[in-house]
Write a protein of this length. Sequence first.
Length: 297
Amino acid sequence: MPIRSRVARARPRPASDAGIEPPESTSLFAYGTLADDRKVAALLERPVAGSGAELVDFERAEAPGFPYPLVVEAAGRRVAGRLYRHLSEDDFARLDAYEGVGEELYYRALGCVVRPGEDTAAILGILKDAGVRATFFLCGSSVERYPELARRIAEAGHEIGNHTYSHPRLLGRTPGKIFWEIDRAQKVIERHTGRSARLFRPPYGLRWFGLFRILRQQRMQAVMWSVNGRDWKIPAERITARVLSHTHPGAIILLHDAPPPGEAGNRRATVEALPAILRLLGRSYRFVTVSEMQSQL
């Protein structure tokens, strides 16, 4: 795989199908210790204001004999940083002269710089256009990182469930650890959305000794799925076909708006598949939240 130096330029790529506007060829992406407006302003010798962004399909790496950190192409990996737009030639001249060993700086124009949570925002828009309310099972750590998205989910009228704080596999975990994961997520969700989750979905669908006693203490109910879209590993057309072929009356369809906390990737395939799923199933079914369905049983 090609290795790109600490400071590199490239021609802009076209925007993706998800509608992400690619940064201009005059954009700067700073990460690591340089993802700081004050430090970038000192380098450019003028005030700047960046925005949070991620470089997709790249990761940090080291090269023998090369003194600077590198950014290397790697499918599915992300580097968090800050994006600065509309830099001048004088700005780039200052950056080209930068010699700070150990600092990380990377700039190029490409369509894979994305804003965190863009797939969630796209899915919320699709659901709104279709007049559908869904049940979102939220991880506490993700709510802490993107509280504005959690509030948007709640304000749009969707149901919110608890999906633990850090998305661990519960197999082999002590009751104390399981309680901490659920309780911390519950408090974070309540603090940022004003909602108290009454439904719980265990990560990976894995349940362990002590879980149901803890859920009773928290006055919560475990929820599983009956149709798995497997949208983390197959393309949009296969997601659509799988959901359509497996759906039945009373089905709970599992789809994802984002990867688990700490994991790289995206849910573009889900964004692409969801409109067709809603349109085609909507001819024969009515979409409701999990609690709405349970109240009708």
